[in-house]
Design a protein around this ligand. Structure first.
Ligand code: SF4
Length: 424
């Protein structure tokens, strides 16, 4: 979401006749778009401000993103000149043109709070082209999972109007973008007037030029039977599903306020695999949530092992200010969290190569993204299951000639988290 916002902010500033410079010394304005999901977000932002102002004291520093929303006017005393939360980006170009002399009122430089009734979504600008386009379809989240700061930084859940989404995707499709990546904190609960998420997917799939549709993130409690059957019957919906688990223990899931249990999660996995051929499943896991016992951790470990994911993002629990988990008792020592994370990741690393072996010898459709990192004569791209593949080309072809094309690649080898193949 932040990558998308940064790109839109950049486009807006360029449209308003600002220019980008490579060095802080040459800049008049320095925008730091912040994320509060990472650890110690406030300190990271302060370090950015200090670093930039040390190099160029006349710089106007604008803090945007969730840290701006959560920390608010306290960032002024750290050197910020403007503090702009995620719902106020449309005002950025106009604000950036103003100086302290034009107003003595500090509130003038602060834009936080949420636009609940008329949320604004930044529009794509046709300047952007590429292999994939990221399209936000929602803002905010209503779930208040006990460990998560997102509802405080991004506000309540609001779904974007259908027409706006389709228009933005059409702009990209006209530019030749083949893959659409829908973004939201909980896309499964998208609801605009009578249009549900699976209705929206059907409308996007009907657009000319769109060839691959992906989305993230899903919440298991809102994953419906209709969504699974829509995926199964719509070839443009790629066979990849990111289904955050967070914990395999029902006791911990309850403490996390996740509103599903282990049994329901496994039923969803079963249904996804039953209806969607060779689907790839990926997940997020938190270990060491307050009060997690060795037995609770064992249930997470066994569930991850049982499902056999193709990708896992796993973290040790760490406190986010203002969340319910902050006030919980029984926070675990770092060493226990670290040890559990290492055990989980070691098992996953041993398992993933075996999981990916199912692609060996298969011919896969690959959307080419560019040259491979390892060899300039080889290309890279992703198969429908969202797994990276590096591959050898035919004859005299060079990777740049194939960018944004979908080609057939025979998978020859599995390499850690990626595949290796030969173009057919
Ligand atoms: S559903 Fe996701 S974004 Fe929303 S509170 Fe839970 S973890 Fe955070």
């Amino acid at each position: 979401m932040n990558v998308y916002d940064s790109a839109r902010i950049k486009e807006m500033m360029l449209t308003e006749d600002h220019q980008f410079v490579d060095k802080i010394e040459q800049a008049d304005i320095y925008i730091v778009n912040t994320c509060s999901v990472r650890d110690k977000p406030r300190q990271r932002v302060i370090n950015h401000i200090k670093h930039a102002k040390n190099i160029n004291p006349r710089l106007k520093v604008i803090i945007t993103g969730c840290v701006a929303q959560i920390e608010g006017d306290s960032l002024f005393s750290e050197g910020a000149d403007f503090v702009i939360g995620p719902d106020w980006y449309k005002e950025l170009p106009a604000l950036a043109n103003q100086t302290d002399k034009e107003s003595l009122n500090r509130d003038h430089f602060l834009r936080t709070g949420f636009k609940v009734d008329n949320p604004e979504f930044l529009q794509a600008n046709p300047l952007r082209t590429g292999v994939s386009a990221f399209i936000p379809i929602q803002k905010g989240c209503n779930n208040f999972c006990a460990y998560c700061v997102v509802p405080y930084g991004r506000g309540p859940e609001r779904s974007r109007p259908v027409d706006e989404i389709l228009k933005e995707i059409s702009v990209y499709a006209e530019k030749g973008v083949k893959e659409i990546f829908l973004l939201g904190q909980n896309v499964n609960s998208y609801h605009y007037k009578e249009v549900t998420f699976y209705d929206l997917l059907g409308k996007i799939a009907a657009l000319f030029g769109v060839e691959r549709i992906r989305f993230t993130t899903s919440h298991p409690k809102d994953l419906s039977e209709q969504l699974i059957s829509t995926m199964a019957s719509t070839p443009k919906l790629m066979p990849w599903f990111h289904l955050p688990l967070q914990s395999g223990s029902n006791r911990i899931l309850k403490l996390m306020h996740r509103n599903y249990n282990r049994e329901h999660y496994l039923e969803l996995v079963h249904e996804l695999r039953r209806q969607i051929e060779n689907i790839s499943l990926t997940t997020d896991v938190i270990v060491g949530f307050p009060g997690e016992s060795e037995e609770d951790f064992g249930e997470t470990y066994s569930l991850v092992e049982q499902v056999g994911y193709d990708g896992m993002i796993s973290f040790k629990f760490s406190v986010r200010q203002g969340t319910a988990a902050e006030k919980m008792e029984n926070h675990l020592p770092e060493q226990i969290k670290k040890d559990r994370l290492v055990r989980l990741q070691t098992m996953f690393e041993n398992q993933i190569s075996t999981n990916l072996e199912r692609f060996s010898g298969k011919i896969c459709k690959v959307l080419v993204e560019g040259k491979s990192r390892r060899s300039r004569d080889e290309a890279k791209g992703r198969i429908p299951q969202n797994i990276f593949v590096n591959f050898k080309l035919n004859g005299d072809l060079v990777p740049s000639e194939l960018v944004n094309q979908i080609v057939d690649v025979k998978i020859l080898e599995v390499r850690t988290h990626t595949l290796y193949g030969q173009m057919m």
